[in-house]
Design a protein around this ligand. Structure first.
Ligand code: ATP
Length: 299
């Protein structure tokens, strides 16, 4: 995207000046050279093979628009290849911000993120994004049929069998079959609920077979469907032993992530607890309190 913006800027800049006199044209040539020099400065490193080791090392962060508000403070977290880590915490504790940094929408203010031991900031951003799967709270579906929505963005040859395999992994197959034209049903605005959209997006992500899968559970669909979303993603990693995948889930519904290998609890921009569901319950800290509160709310 940066490349595209820089190139567009160069194009507009050059075209603007071509209509002017020769000395101005010479200036524009100078400017374009500078732009290309700038483009060369963008990190382009690619790892030969991505294993899926994700590490936050002492990461602190504030959003550029709010420099006085520290959103993450000295966050250190190691996610091992093939591990399923759930991130939980109250609203505003910094969970989505962690993911924003991992997607490289922002750079940490302090500290760094290492991917297989390599600084994320030095990796080619497009290369990195092609290798991770991200399913956000409100995934974008397109006005095409369900099957094409699942195939969307996949560069390798995909059969209908592959599409259905991914949909089954994401717990989407059954509801797709119940639609008027099954996989050929056209997606329009009112066709699917938030939870169903997320399951289609999970199927799309799984089909691309990403080494790192990041899932931000939809807050808008805190219902039984949402529970299926996360459980489906967990099952997708576990059911197929040949697939090695690191999974990071931001969960709002604690009952969905009990089977995660590790649960990371955030509070006001810090990691305050880490452990399995059982360990955290025994510890009797914030996680145990949040679990009790959600159980009471359901009862
Ligand atoms: P939720 O569970 O509600 O999604 P969260 O734990 O994911 O919350 P974040 O979305 O990471 O929390 O927000 C952490 C803090 O950063 C909040 O105070 C929020 O207001 C602030 N924040 C989030 N996004 C931005 C932004 N783009 N610009 C400025 N501040 C932001």
């Amino acid at each position: 995207l940066t490349k595209f913006i820089l190139y567009s800027e160069w194009l507009i800049y050059s075209t603007w000046w071509v209509g002017d006199n020769l000395s101005s044209l010479m200036q524009s040539v100078g400017a374009s050279e500078k732009v290309f020099q700038l483009m060369d400065l963008l990190p382009r490193s690619k790892l030969q093979r991505l294993v899926g080791h994700v590490e936050f090392v002492n990461v602190s962060f504030h959003y550029p628009t709010r420099p006085t508000v520290s959103v993450l403070q000295n966050v250190s977290l190691l996610v091992k290849p093939n591990e399923v880590v759930a991130i939980v915490g109250l609203s505003g504790s910094g969970k989505s911000t962690l993911v924003n940094l991992l997607l490289r929408l922002y750079e940490p203010t302090n500290g760094q993120i290492l991917i297989d031991g390599f600084p994320l900031q030095d990796l080619d951003v497009m290369w990195w994004r092609e290798r991770i799967g991200f399913v956000g709270q409100e995934p974008k579906l397109f006005r095409m049929d369900i099957s094409s929505n699942i195939r969307y963005g996949c560069t390798r040859d995909i059969t209908q069998e592959d599409v259905e395999w991914a949909a089954k992994q994401a717990y989407a197959h059954d509801f797709i079959l119940s639609l008027p034209n099954g996989y050929h049903t056209l997606v329009d605005d009112d066709l699917l609920s938030g939870g169903q959209k997320q399951r289609i997006a999970i199927a799309r992500a799984i089909l691309r077979d990403p080494t790192v899968l990041i899932l931000d559970e939809a807050t808008s669909a805190l219902d039984a469907e949402s529970e299926h979303n996360v459980k489906g993603a967990l099952r997708a990693v576990r059911s197929d032993k040949t697939t090695r995948r690191t999974v990071i889930i931001i969960a709002h519904r604690l009952s969905t992530i009990q089977a995660a290998d590790r649960i990371v609890v955030m509070d006001a921009g810090r990691i305050v607890e880490t452990g399995s569901h059982r360990e955290l319950l025994v510890d009797g800290g914030l996680y145990a309190r949040l679990t009790r509160r959600q159980a009471d709310a359901v009862a």
